[in-house]
Every structure is written in C-alpha cells, then in structure tokens.
Write a protein that binds this ligand. Sequence first.
Ligand code: HEM
Length: 210
Amino acid sequence: MKKFWLSLWTKALLFALCLAPFLRLLWRIYRGDLTANPIEFITHTTGDWTIRFLMITLAITPLRAVLNQPQLIRFRRMLGLFAFFYACSHFATWFWLDKSFDVHEMWDDIVKRRFITVGMAGLLLMAPLAVTSTAGWVRRLGFRRWQLLHRLIYFTALAGVIHYYWLVKSDIRPPLRYAAVLAVLMLLRLAVMVKKKAANSARKPVPANI
Ligand code: HEM
C-alpha cells in the first residue's frame, strides 16, 4: 500500500481526477450545454467544487490517522491548491460574467450582500495558504508558524459553509450537510491532536529527582 501512495502515477492520477470537473465544465461550455441559465450553472458548479475540495483537503489529516496511512500527506498540498483553483474560477465567473469587471458594482455587492462578503473573506483567507504552500515557505516561516498559518483553512471552510447557508433560498439541507461534515472533520482533528499529545507526554523521560 505504501508503494502505491508513494508512486508518481498515483499523484498524476489524482491530478487528472481533480482537473476532470473543470475539463467537463469547459467541454459543456464548448458544446453550449449549460442549462437555461449558463452563468448560474457555471457559478454553482465552481462553487460546489470549491467547497468539496476544501472538505477533501481537511479530511487528509484525520484520514492519515484513522487509516494509518501517513503517506496520504503528499496529496494535501495538491488538493488544497485545487480548492483555491476552483475558488478563483468561481470568483472569476462572478466578476466576469455577472459583474462584467465592474469594480464599483463588485464592491457594492461585497458590502451589501452578506453571503458575498463572507464568500470573499473565504477566498482572501485562502490566498496566503496557496502562496505559502511550498517547502521553501515552510522553511522560511518555520514549521510551527507555518502550521499555525495553515489552520486558516478551517476558517475558510467555515466561511464557505456560511456563504452557502446564506445564499440558499429554500432547501437548506445541502449547506447543513457540509456543516455536519466540517464538524465531524474538526472533531476528528481534535481527537488526533489529543492522541498525539498523550503519546508525546508518555514518551517524555521522567525527571530523575521524582
Ligand atoms: C471559500 C470560498 C467559497 C466557497 C466555498 C463557495 C461556495 C459556493 C457554493 C457551494 C455555492 C452554491 C452552489 C450550488 O448551489 O450548487 C456558491 C454560490 C455562489 N457563490 Fe460562492 N463560494 C466561495 C466564494 C465566493 C466568492 C468570493 C464569491 C464572489 C465574490 C462567490 C459568489 C457566489 C455566487 C454569486 C453564487 C450563486 C448565488 C445564487 O445562486 O444566488 N462565492 N458558492
């Protein structure tokens, strides 16, 4: 199993899988197969994939522990970057197709519509994570500080869930499902942290004068 996770092919396959929804969307645009409301269709598709990739990225750490597969960590950066990629496409769809690059209209929407405000906050929080996702930035910031910065992803995911909850008009079940997934992922993460701390303190040598 370890060999499978460490193979270059696995990473290439995952990359292709992550890109597939975008290529499928491009194909539908090319064929003009975008339902009666193309802008809404593109906005919803890219929004859906943003929140999915955020959840998948957050699932990596608990999955490593639960499945006892530490090698899974090598996919976390790619998944996080895909979340950012879909978020940028989502934002670009709105700014380009919905707002026609009108900065004033864009600003009006950001300050007047709370679901846009919180969505924008989610996107802005993702930017430093994408920039500092390289090994060079881990070295520059030091692992502890880098790790602390990257906990922002929880706030991004929370902003995404609130954004979704505030924008739906009738059926609140889909955003609530993501809220439940996020809650479970955070609890699992907490359990992993507590277990790690307990293992570390058990490993610490007992001082000789006790
Ligand atoms: C963390 C960042 C974000 C996430 C996770 C996210 C996610 C989503 C999701 C899941 C949907 C609904 C899709 C559906 O109904 O199938 C959506 C819709 C939408 N999002 Fe976002 N989004 C984010 C950021 C943004 C930003 C920055 C903007 C614009 C500034 C934006 C504008 C919109 C708009 C206009 C809609 C459609 C609203 C409607 O149909 O009434 N989102 N987003």
